[in-house]
Design a protein around this ligand. Sequence first.
Ligand code: FAD
Ligand code: SF4
Ligand code: SF4
Length: 471
Amino acid sequence: MADRVLLKNPMPHQDPAVRRRNFSEVALGYTEEAALSEAARCLNCKNMPCVAGCPVNIRIPAFIKKVREGEFEEAYKIITESSSLPAVCGRVCPQENQCEKRCVRGIKGEAVGIGRLERFVADWHNEHCKDLPELPAQNGHKVAVVGSGPSGLTCAGDLAKRGYKVSVFEALHLAGGVLVYGIPEFRLPKAIVQKEIDTLKALGVEIETNVVIGKTVTVDELFDDGYEAVFIGSGAGLPRFMGIPGESLKGVYSANEFLTRNNLMKAYLEDSDTPVMKAKNVAVVGGGNVAMDAARTALRLGAENVYIVYRRSLEELPARREEVEHAMEEGVDFKLLNNPVRIIGYNNPLDRRDPRNGSVIGMECIKMELGEPDERGRRRPVKIPGSEFVIDVDCVIMSIGTSPNPLIKSTTDGLIVNEKGGIIVEEETGKTSREGVYAGGDAVTGAATVILAMGAGKTAAKAIDEYIMSK
Ligand code: FAD
Ligand code: SF4
Ligand code: SF4
């Protein structure tokens, strides 16, 4: 009999007053006791609605049943049939809109904590099973993967398991994509990503960092080097700006740059030689997960006031509810229904050499109200004339979205992209307009989610295998 408790077992967290000044993980994970109790809430539904909500169709009731029986390693095996990054997805997947949204326990009460259980199982495995997989038998074929984010890593892992010699080319000096340069340590400890990368290396995947495809070497040259297929998982790392006055002032960052300096280049450490501004008053423009990460990172760097400036209301905030709540608990100030008009810089006309010249000292905003719904059904924000006001800030972080970088498109013959720069692919295979070239993840969809990127990497790996075997 399933446990009739209506609410999920709570996730233990670091105290907000303490965690707002440290980079250690916020959510502490279930104990064995909490995991057993949560697993007991699952009804083991025959029609498995939760599975249909998971983009990689993890056999959720089956793995939860194993948790309930205390067979944690068996549960891990079931999850990893479909997902190669369970410790990552258990932490950052927007579960509430995916698997858990379809869970029948959510009709009366809260859904089963599927993501929390997935995290528990993956962490249990990582703690108790140190063995790395054995090198699979090689089939003599070579595939190149561009980018080492979740799409590239998943594609590489699936091909390596099929016996391919896979080389991953990564532009940055560390592998992991957004998992290492974007999502902060306090949400996703980097040791977890490194563990997944070590597993891939044990499968024979070679990762070459500091290689920018399209500059160091082109996709065409990869084919000349004997690679029979190429998967492009280069993400969507090109930041957008608003185009308002003052965006080139000192103290204005894109969220990507700000987070990369802190996460990947460890600017927050005392002895780091990566410069980053440790500002007193910070405005983050935008309302997605990236904006929450930037705001909470700025707090941890010591800012006294951090504002989220977003042009719609709380209801429309695109970030995960949990991240918004965590940011609020930590003291981030939400300035909703406000939009920046210009960023104001310091200007001393009497002394051109004054080092403060050109630094941010404020941001002018205008108040907004919600009007008629747009084509996506979201109520359109409308300016309230004459409502302009200035907030005192010395740093502005723009977090209003990113697009795929045009470099690969501009250096690869025959690769067709859409008007937003996303590579056009066949949905069922990830095949692009160029023979032998496949693509997936944010490079195709624009900024999306880890699990969707992984799903695309998986689909492409299968299609690449079929393509090479049919040649
Ligand atoms: P990426 O992870 O972007 O990886 C692409 C890699 O390709 C990068 O390492 C890049 O350096 C490399 N590359 C690019 N161009 C080249 C080139 N020319 N040559 C070689 N290498 C190249 N999703 C969630 O599901 N949950 C979250 O909580 C969440 N939070 C996020 C927070 C932040 C701050 C950000 C930025 C994103 C977040 N996302 C989240 C989105 C998610 O991380 C992405 O959708 C996912 O990482 C996309 O995976 P990918 O493999 O397509 O690309
Ligand atoms: Fe749910 Fe994400 Fe896990 Fe799928 S991968 S079961 S959507 S948490
Ligand atoms: Fe369990 Fe919910 Fe899935 Fe039913 S829908 S099997 S209760 S997780």
